[in-house]
Ligand binder design. Structure first.
Ligand code: PGA
Length: 247
């Protein structure tokens, strides 16, 4: 199974559902549709209406984040996994670099993953090195730390997806070389197999993915799908990624 996840970030109002309608009609007719799953993570404000609209369809709705407590608490503006699940989301991102940058610690991330899984949300856990880590050849050690500090062997690996997103690649148009990326994905899977006793969860790539560079990424068989930011706000660009992946 491959995954194409569209992360809308701070984008979208109710009428932006048009974008999802177009992706859905492409998906319904696509001969490859059984080979992959489409997940969109709109902002919190749209989860409920979108989840309702696509309840019986094959587009899944997720959240971009969740709070590190399970149900209710007195934290202003916080939204818990229980609340997200209650409005129909099936997935949540955890640890996106935008949120790590705002102070998410490993302990907070561990609680987020734990409570999200406990509330039957599938978790897309994001990891990635920054520009200076890369420059100082620390990519592997940073990734290893991000994985081992947060992921517990007791977590259900079947409900976990890892998204490798080098921070220097997010929104910049810069992408790793094929060789670099292949080695990194294989390394991540090696660490995951150690944590989860031989079986690795799916590992996605994210960072400036578009309809052109996906032709390069598809040559790396170990990549189980993509987390797409910018290009997911246009149905055409998002559909082009899927089309070119299977061409
Ligand atoms: P991008 O974002 O595709 O715009 O680089 C990816 C992400 O932040 O998930």
């Amino acid at each position: 199974m491959r995954y194409f996840i569209g992360n809308w970030k701070m984008f979208g109002v109710p009428k932006s559902v048009n974008i999802l309608n177009k992706i859905n009609s492409f998906h319904t007719k696509d001969k490859n549709r059984k080979k992959y799953r489409v997940i969109i993570t709109p902002p919190y404000t749209l989860i409920q209406t979108y989840a309702k609209s696509f309840k019986n369809k094959k587009i899944y709705i997720g959240s971009q984040n969740c709070y590190q407590k399970e149900q209710f608490s007195s934290n202003t503006a916080a939204i818990s996994p229980y609340m997200i699940k209650s409005v129909g989301a099936k997935y949540t991102l955890v640890g996106h670099s935008d949120n790590r940058g705002e102070g998410d610690t490993d302990t907070m991330l561990k609680n987020k993953v734990h409570f999200a899984l406990k509330n039957n949300l599938k978790v897309v856990f994001c990891i990635g090195e920054n520009k200076s880590d890369k420059k100082n050849k620390k990519t592997f050690s940073v990734l290893k730390k991000q994985l081992t500090k947060v992921l517990d062997k007791k977590f259900d690996k079947n409900n976990l997806i890892i998204a490798y997103e080098p921070i220097w690649s997010i929104g910049t148009g810069k992408i790793p070389t094929k060789d670099e990326l292949e080695k990194t994905i294989i390394y991540i899977k090696k660490i995951l197999k150690k944590i989860f006793k031989k079986k690795s969860p799916a590992v996605l790539y994210g960072g400036s993915v578009d309809g052109d560079n996906v032709k390069l990424f598809k040559e790396i068989n170990e990549i189980d799908g993509f987390l797409v930011g910018g290009a997911s706000k246009s149905s055409k660009k998002f559909i082009d990624i899927i089309k070119n992946y299977y061409r």
